[in-house]
Design a protein around this ligand. Structure first.
Ligand SMILES: [Zn+2]
Length: 202
């Protein structure tokens, strides 16, 4: 039996994780990226560019959840999802959610290099405010997708300066009704997330 080792580029992944970690409101090595801050927007742009380089099609929903899609041979089927978040609580580490995002992207690139043609599309998801960095609530984007947090509840969110989600997402360039964020339970066929917890408790 031949064992072909997929061309997983650890060096590429590490260097991208380090590049992403430098986009921070704090001096490296600690990472701070408050959702919708200037650092968060630059980090989103960096990841988006990597995804575009891999030929993925990018879309955003109204709360800024981002999806980078590798089209399958049967595009009508629900996609396989992977991904995580790139916002970071103050003084976070460089892995955490970023491994779930950039690791997922690396997995897609390896499959592409191997000449694999997925039947189901594969979508890399980057969820808005998975960390409670601004509004005192974690998993904001994913809760809204699951409709566990309603648009009315989301509209009532304020940060410490009293700025609302509506105002901040508009400034960040995300428009459309918050009602459109919720998705059907079968939005993803399966979802796998690589996540390294860097705090003392999981
Ligand atoms: Zn995390």
């Amino acid at each position: 039996m031949s064992t072909t080792r997929p061309n997983l580029s650890i060096d590429r992944l590490i260097s991208e994780l380090q590049a992403l970690a430098k986009i921070s409101e704090m001096e490296p090595p600690v990472v701070t990226r408050i959702v919708f801050s200037e650092a968060d927007m630059r980090a989103r742009a960096y990841v988006r560019e990597l995804c575009e380089d891999a030929g993925l099609t990018i879309s955003n929903d109204a709360v800024g959840n981002t999806f980078a899609r590798w089209q399958g041979t049967e595009p009508g089927l629900a996609p396989i999802g992977t991904g995580s978040h790139i916002d970071a609580i103050p003084n976070a580490g460089l892995y955490d959610g970023c491994v779930g995002v950039l690791g997922g992207l690396e997995a897609i690139r390896v499959l592409q290099q191997l000449g694999f043609n997925p039947r189901r599309s594969i979508e890399l998801a980057i969820f808005t405010a998975e960390e409670p960095t601004r509004f005192g609530i974690g998993c904001l984007g994913s809760r809204m997708m699951a409709n566990v947090l309603t648009p009315a509840q989301a509209r009532a969110l304020r940060d410490k300066e009293g700025q609302g989600l509506e105002e901040l997402r508009a400034k960040a360039g995300f428009s459309g009704a918050l009602e459109s964020v919720a998705v059907a339970p079968d939005r993803f066929h399966k979802f796998v997330e690589l996540h390294i917890e860097q705090g003392p408790y999981l």
